[in-house]
Design a protein around this ligand. Structure first.
Ligand SMILES: [Zn+2]
Ligand SMILES: [Zn+2]
Length: 398
C-alpha cells in the first residue's frame, strides 16, 4: 500500500513538472490522445497529461462506478472506464455528456411495473441511492460512487432519478435511470446545486442553487441545458429560498423562504402562474419540505413547533394547498421528517428516529394520511432518508 502511494506521489510531482513545461511551450500532444479516450474538453484542459500513463509507473486500477470492473486508472482521475464512458456518451472523468441533447437510449428506459420507493441509505458506508418495493421488500442499491448522494427526485414517468452528489468536489445534480444505469451529470456551475424536483412534463427540473449571496431557485432542462433563475417578487430576492416542489398541474411552486440568518424562521410559500407568491404558514417556527398531494389539494410539510428543540421535534404536518386546515400527523419526541405521498395519495412515506434501539438513526415509515398505522419499511441498523414514491406502470392503468 505504502509502495503504491509513493509511486502515485512521484508520478504527480513528475506530472506537475511536465505540465509546467507543457504550458510554457504550448505543445501538448498527449492531451489530444486523452480526448479520444473519452474526456471532455474541460477535463482534457484540467488533466495532467497522459504522461501519467507511463508504463514504468505501476498503479492499482480502481473499480468503474458503472460496470464496477477494476479498469480505471486513478492517475487519470477517471471515475468510469473507457468502455462505459463511450457507451454512455459521457466524460470518464467529470461524467458530463460529451454531446448536448437527450440521448436516444434514454427514451427506451421502461417505467417499473409496480410501485417502488427510491431512498438514500448509508448501509454501504456512504449515502447511496437505493430502491425497494412499496412494502419495503427487495432493497437494491442503484449508485456505487462512494460519495455522498442526497435528495433523489423521481421523474413523473418513473423512469429517471435526479440526485445531488458530491462526486466531484461540489454538490452537483446527476441523472440515472431507475435501474441505476445511464448515469450522467447535469450541472457543473461550481456552486452547490441541491434538492431538485421535476416539472410534470418530465422535461425540466427545478432546484436550489446555493451561491455566496444566498439560496435561490433555478430551472434546468433534463439534459442539463437551459439553466436559468426562477423569477420571484422583489421582496423574496434578499431571502433564502429553497426546497421546491411543483404542483401536479405544473402551475404552482411550493417552496421554503427564510431570512437566511441565524435565528430566522422558515415559512412555506406558493408561487402561482403569474409569479405572485402567497405565504401559507405564518407561525414563526421552522416549516420546511413542502410536498403536493397527487390531486393538488393538499401539501405535506415538516414543522417544528418549539424553537428551543430545533432538531428534536420536527413533525409531519398536512394542510390544504391554500394554507388552511393545518393538521399535525406525527407527535412524539423524535424527529419525523421528509414526508412524501404515495402514488395513489392514500399513504405518506416519511423518515423517523422513533426506534429507540438505534436513536438518531432514521428509518423509512409509511402511514395513512390520517397519521394512523405507522409501519417501519426498512428496519435496518443504518440511516435511511429521502423516501420518494415511484408510481409503477401497473398502478397507472386503473
Ligand atoms: Zn465501466
Ligand atoms: Zn470531463
Amino acid at each position: 500500500m505504502d509502495k503504491t502511494l509513493a509511486v502515485v506521489a512521484k508520478a504527480f510531482s513528475l506530472a506537475l513538472v511536465m505540465v509546467m513545461i507543457c504550458s510554457s511551450t504550448a505543445i501538448c500532444q498527449d492531451k489530444e490522445d486523452e480526448k479520444s479516450k473519452g474526456m471532455c474538453e474541460q477535463c482534457v484542459k484540467d488533466s495532467l497529461g497522459s504522461l501519467l500513463e507511463n508504463p514504468n509507473i505501476v498503479v492499482t486500477k480502481t473499480p468503474c462506478l458503472l460496470c464496477r470492473k477494476g479498469d480505471v486508472n486513478p492517475l487519470l482521475q477517471g471515475k468510469i472506464c473507457e468502455a462505459c464512458a463511450k457507451a454512455e456518451g459521457i466524460c470518464l472523468r467529470c461524467l458530463m455528456p460529451m454531446e448536448a441533447g437527450w440521448p436516444k437510449a434514454l427514451d427506451e428506459v421502461a417505467t417499473p411495473a409496480a410501485d417502488k420507493i427510491v431512498f438514500i441509505s448509508d448501509r454501504d458506508g456512504e449515502n447511496e441511492v437505493f430502491i425497494m418495493d412499496g412494502d419495503g421488500k427487495n432493497p437494491t442499491q442503484l449508485t456505487f460512487n462512494g460519495a455522498n448522494d442526497l435528495d433523489p427526485a423521481v421523474s413523473p414517468d418513473g423512469k429517471f432519478i435526479v440526485f445531488t452528489s458530491k462526486l466531484d468536489k461540489q454538490w452537483d445534480l446527476y441523472l440515472t435511470d431507475i435501474e441505476g444505469k445511464h448515469l450522467r451529470r447535469l450541472t457543473r456551475s461550481g456552486e452547490p446545486e441541491l434538492s431538485a424536483c421535476w416539472f410534470p412534463d418530465g422535461q425540466r427540473l427545478l432546484f436550489m442553487l446555493q451561491e455566496p449571496a444566498g439560496l435561490s431557485l433555478c430551472a434546468i432542462a433534463r439534459d442539463g441545458s437551459e439553466m436559468k433563475a426562477l423569477e420571484l417578487p422583489e421582496e423574496y430576492k434578499g431571502k433564502a429560498v429553497g426546497f421546491p416542489d411543483i404542483s401536479p398541474d405544473g402551475k404552482k411552486i411550493a417552496f421554503v423562504a427564510g431570512e437566511g440568518k441565524a435565528g430566522a424562521t422558515w415559512e412555506i410559500c406558493v408561487r402561482d402562474e403569474k409569479g405572485e407568491v402567497a405565504q401559507l404558514t405564518k407561525n414563526k417556527v421552522f416549516d420546511s419540505a413542502p410536498c403536493w398531494s397527487p390531486d393538488g389539494k393538499k401539501i405535506l410539510y415538516v414543522s417544528n413547533s418549539d424553537l428551543s428543540k430545533e432538531f428534536e421535534t420536527d413533525e409531519v404536518w398536512v394542510m390544504d394547498s391554500n394554507g388552511k386546515n393545518a393538521k399535525q400527523l406525527t407527535k412524539n419526541s423524535f424527529l419525523d421528517s421528509n414526508p412524501r405521498w404515495s402514488g395513489d395519495g392514500k399513504k405518506v412515506v416519511f423518515i423517523t428516529c422513533r426506534d429507540k434501539a438505534k436513536e438518531g438513526v432514521a428509518d423509512i415509515y409509511a402511514m395513512d394520511v390520517s397519521g394512523k398505522n405507522p409501519t417501519n419499511l426498512t428496519k435496518a441498523a443504518t440511516k435511511e432518508t429521502s423516501p420518494r414514491w415511484v408510481k409503477g406502470a401497473s398502478g397507472k392503468k386503473k
